[in-house]
Write a protein that binds this ligand. Structure first.
Ligand code: SF4
Length: 188
């Protein structure tokens, strides 16, 4: 059906938009059927806290058949009132992204390809490398003879995918090794 500018002006002037749009042949059926297919329909709402920084915004996870199908900010939470920053807003993809790595990948020196490894293989490899580096380069005393107990040849960069609690434990472990250079992405 062809709708002219005059037809639209008549609709606005009438002040009965819904009825008049119906008269112009605009159907509401499409909207209705889309609402029926919403992925959150019938899902259980589970409230949780964003783990990515100390603001701790609350979000709602929509869970269906044991799987998270959607996440959104919780408008009932007084601190953030439903808002999430870019990291919190992508919470759903942290769980469901097809790019999410589920196994450790290792690339040998000078190799061009990544190999899938088990977690135990990877932890063992990292532990050996860390020990080797620490044994070779640990600084017990500085140039003035003062005990400093530090390791300046390693740097630790934390991931924003870690929760605050995980980050706290990891930083303590790095300090115990003597690291000075530690940074973490999860901050405002
Ligand atoms: S990372 Fe963003 S969404 Fe998550 S708690 Fe911090 S400010 Fe809130």
């Amino acid at each position: 059906m062809k709708v002219t500018r005059r037809d639209l002006l008549k609709v606005a002037g009438a002040g009965a938009g819904a009825i008049a749009l119906g008269g112009l042949g605009v159907s509401y059926l499409v909207t209705e059927s889309y609402a029926k297919k919403l992925k959150t329909k019938g899902a259980k709402e589970v409230r949780s806290i964003c783990p990515f920084c100390a603001v701790s915004c609350r979000f709602i996870a929509h869970v269906k058949y044991g799987k998270v199908v959607s996440t959104e900010g919780d408008p009932g939470y007084p601190i953030s009132e439903g808002a999430l920053c870019a990291k919190g807003a992508t919470m759903n993809s942290m769980v469901n992204s097809e790019h999410r790595l589920l196994k450790p990948l290792y690339r040998a020196p000078f190799s061009e390809k990544w190999e899938e490894k088990s977690y135990s293989w990877m932890i063992d490899k990292l532990a050996k490398k860390i020990k080797e580096t620490r044994d070779k380069t640990f600084t017990l005393k500085n140039a003035e003879g003062k005990v400093v107990n530090r390791l300046e040849t390693m740097f630790h960069m934390g991931s924003s995918q870690m929760s605050n609690e995980e980050a706290a434990v990891v930083v303590q472990a790095q300090r115990a090794l003597g690291l000075l250079y530690i940074d973490h992405q999860a901050r405002i």
